[in-house]
Write a protein of this length. Structure first.
Length: 214
């Protein structure tokens, strides 16, 4: 049930934040590094399904969480007054987990959100390809808990190997006298394999995802 009529649409929320910050559509587009037509199309109602990456850039400039712009939760309207926590992109972190590329700070959550996780250990990542479908699809966004790097219990993790960062399902299994990792692609078109625990760097456990309606 919508109790805050003007907050129920993305257009109203963007316009409201633009007024609070004191910027126009052209300035918003420039600060977010998106095309002016992208902003104009949203504000005019021509774009009903804007891309999540560009919306994240818009949300950063407007100083609100992406969830506030696109969400239907009435409680998110209170976030517009401030109080958000930036979540860093997984690729912006070094091997020790420290931030080193601030331009990746594109996702925000309410500072008063009641989450069973320490937000300081959360990183976001954009899923690539279809290797994890139907669980996850390309362009889905996931939150990764970098404090949980042990695949017990089994689950979906962000890993780094010679290819780069990947999202895979991991499970420890016993092979003869040693423990190995079973690395699984949920899409059966792709091969699963086993490897030594030391052969893959586990970056963290995937604990949440967001998906645009297609």
């Amino acid at each position: 049930m919508e109790k805050h009529g003007s907050c129920s649409s993305i257009v109203a929320r963007i316009r409201s934040q633009m007024d609070k910050i004191g910027i126009n559509a052209r300035e918003l587009a420039e600060k977010a590094s998106v095309g002016k037509s992208f902003v104009y199309d949203i504000l005019s109602g021509k774009s009903s399904n804007p891309t999540s990456k560009k919306l994240m850039a818009i949300a950063e400039v407007l100083q609100v969480p992406l969830a506030y712009l696109v969400g239907s939760d009435d409680g998110l309207c209170e976030v517009a007054s401030g109080g958000v926590v930036p979540i860093t992109h997984l690729e912006a972190c070094g091997d020790d987990g420290e931030k080193n590329v601030t331009k990746y700070d594109r996702f925000y959550i309410p500072s008063n959100a009641r989450l069973p996780f320490n937000t300081g250990f959360l990183r976001f990542y954009d899923v690539k390809g279809d290797s994890m479908s139907p669980t996850l699809f390309g362009q889905d966004m996931v939150l990764v808990d970098i404090s949980d790097k042990v695949a017990h219990p089994a689950g979906v993790f962000a890993i780094r190997d010679s290819i780069g960062i990947l999202i895979r399902r991991l499970e420890y299994i016993r092979d003869s006298s040693q423990i190995v990792l079973h690395v699984v692609c949920d899409n059966k078109k792709y091969s699963s394999y086993e490897c030594g625990v030391e052969d893959i760097e586990i970056l963290g456990r995937v604990i949440w995802y967001a998906r645009a309606l297609r």
